[in-house]
Ligand binder design. Structure first.
Ligand code: B12
Ligand code: SF4
Length: 470
């Protein structure tokens, strides 16, 4: 069977607002994994990304009219829900003969409701690789769809949800993700990356922490499963040799969760004298100086931390599970190891007063990471944060179509005794305070020269736009 994956029209302006010039446009790693498993089992796959390929709505419609495929697969994020609904309606009008399959983070959070409200034929929740394979096999052999675990499908007017497939236990058994379906030259990473050809990979899935705002566990569960360091190393080499990647970025939620594994991976890189720069996401309570020094020696040049707040009471409300002091230590150790740090902060958390917002901004200045990103709190329906947020303030919109609005330009949530107007000003104030410090600007100008020149110019222009706009 042949499945064609189509991304919805999520253009950069919609995703990043004023930061659209430096925002990332990356192909979906989830689809690359599914494609690899399907191809290994003799199915055919293709991929269309209208934004990356510069298509207009009319171009895409023409392509869909002539499409030779048995199935269309569409990823759904909460941010792209409205766009997917539109795309599914268009496909339904143009090609009622093609079946449509949905999957992705929003489907894992709301499997039945999503298929009830979007007129697709099938939906797969949680990890998609083997359920997608089982669905294609079932369709090819005309087998009973009730046997396909993690599938949601229609039967007459009813929407049927099959039992869950469970997590993939042996991640090494998965084939290397399939990048050949992407037109990789059409993509770019966000402005702060040094590489021109940045490719991403994942060495683990799942997360045992329980931050109240997060939806990762709905797809990947609460237990971390790891690929072996040898298997991860093999993919790193493959991406550099086959795809000429000049930077790799790990999409693991917490790359350093298992100290033994990350140390072993770094040792492998060093032993083989393998040269590539790389970055990752991790938690501030999962690093130490010894590990960071080894990571730096093995090519790590950038770490992205979710610091969220400088106020312990607020960190506790969102169940972040670490102490403010741990963030201070982690950023200090990271910079001392010669690794850039990116710290993300959530402003207007439930229960946050104006004084506490200012305290978080001051904290960001004190940490003095290489980059800081400030977001206004956006409580996702279905997360514990959504219920907590209602207790401490007003969720302004429950309309899912509003979730595609950027959390640094649109106010989704107002804590008690605060106003929408004040929060709109606050986020700009945070960026101005952080980025327009003379000492910071001097430090950055020195280091920005490590970026490719065109990206350097875009970073400066976007920074000015973001910090000075009304
Ligand atoms: C990398 C990343 C990004 C990249 C995007 C890169 C890309 N094109 O994928 C960047 C940095 C740009 C980004 C931005 C944002 N992100 Co993000 N991001 C991630 C991250 C860390 C990794 C994604 C990934 O590749 N995962 C690995 C692959 C294997 O998983 P997957 O894509 O989910 O795919 C699996 C299944 O979902 C399913 N599947 C996926 N697609 C499909 C399609 C079909 C047809 C089928 C059948 C199955 C299927 O099968 C796959 C294999 O098992 C995840 C966290 C995570 N652990 O996943 C958050 C995550 C996806 N992001 C999230 C969010 C909230 C955002 C932002 C809104 C953040 C913000 N505040 O601005 C923005 C959205 C921008 C926008 N408006 O579109 C949420 C999504 C929540 C949701 N319900 O939609 C996540 C889950 C983080 C979280 N902790 O909650 N993000
Ligand atoms: S924010 Fe990170 S650490 Fe917290 S639950 Fe999500 S993935 Fe886990």
């Amino acid at each position: 069977m042949k499945i064609t994956f189509i991304e919805p029209f999520n253009d950069l302006k919609l995703r990043y607002g004023k930061l659209s010039k430096i925002g990332a446009l990356m192909p979906s790693l989830g689809i690359a994994f599914i494609s690899a498993v399907l191809k290994e089992n003799r199915h055919e796959t293709a991929f269309i990304d209208p934004v990356a390929e510069g298509l207009t709505h009319e171009n895409l419609k023409t392509i869909i009219k002539d499409l030779k495929t048995d199935l269309i697969g569409i990823p759904v994020f909460t941010t792209t829900y409205a766009l997917v609904r539109e795309l599914v309606n268009d496909i339904g009008c143009l090609r009622p003969d093609i079946k449509i399959l949905l999957g992705g983070p929003h489907c894992s959070a709301f499997p039945v409701e999503t298929l009830e409200n979007i007129k697709a034929d099938f939906l797969i929740y949680r990890e998609g690789e083997y359920p997608a394979l089982n669905l294609l096999n079932a369709l090819a052999g005309n087998h009973d769809l009730k046997q396909v675990k993690s599938l949601v499908f229609r039967q007459g007017d009813a929407v049927i949800r099959n039992e869950e497939a469970g997590c993939i236990e042996d991640l090494d058994a998965l084939p290397l993700s399939d990048r050949s379906i992407f037109k990789l030259e059409k993509y770019h990473h966000s402005g702060e990356h040094r590489g021109r050809n940045v490719l991403h990979l994942m060495s683990s899935r799942g997360c045992p922490w329980a931050c109240a705002f997060c939806t990762t566990q709905m797809t990947f569960g609460t237990r971390i499963r790891y690929r072996s360091p040898e298997n991860v190393y093999e993919e790193m080499v493959h991406l550099v040799k086959e795809y000429k990647a000049d930077e790799l970025f790990f999409y693991d939620d917490t790359l350093t969760a298992n100290k033994k594994n990350i140390m072993a991976l770094c040792e492998l890189i060093l032993k083989n004298n393998f040269k590539v720069i790389w970055g990752c996401y991790t938690r501030v309570d999962c690093v130490n100086p010894e590990m960071l020094t080894l990571m730096a020696r093995a090519g790590c040049y950038q770490i992205n931390y979710g610091v969220e707040s400088g106020v312990q009471k607020l960190l506790d409300i969102i169940k972040k599970g670490f102490k403010v002091e741990q963030a201070e230590k982690a950023v200090k150790w990271t910079e001392e190891a010669g690794i850039e740090s990116i710290c993300n902060f959530m402003l207007a958390l439930p229960g946050e007063t104006r004084e506490e917002s200012l305290k978080t901004i001051d904290f960001a200045l004190r940490l003095n990471p290489t980059y800081a990103q400030f977001y206004l709190t956006m409580p996702y329906v279905g997360t514990p944060l959504y219920e907590i947020a209602k207790r401490y303030g007003t969720v302004l919109t429950t309309n899912i179509d509003d979730y595609n609005k950027t959390p640094w330009e649109f106010v989704h949530y107002v804590p008690d005794n605060r106003t929408e107007k004040e929060l709109t000003q606050l986020i700009k104030y945070a960026y101005r305070r952080f980025y327009l410090r003379p000492a910071y600007l001097i430090r950055r100008l020195r280091n920005l020269s490590r970026l490719p020149p065109d990206r350097f110019v875009k970073m400066i222009a976007s920074g000015i736009k973001m910090t000075l706009s009304n």
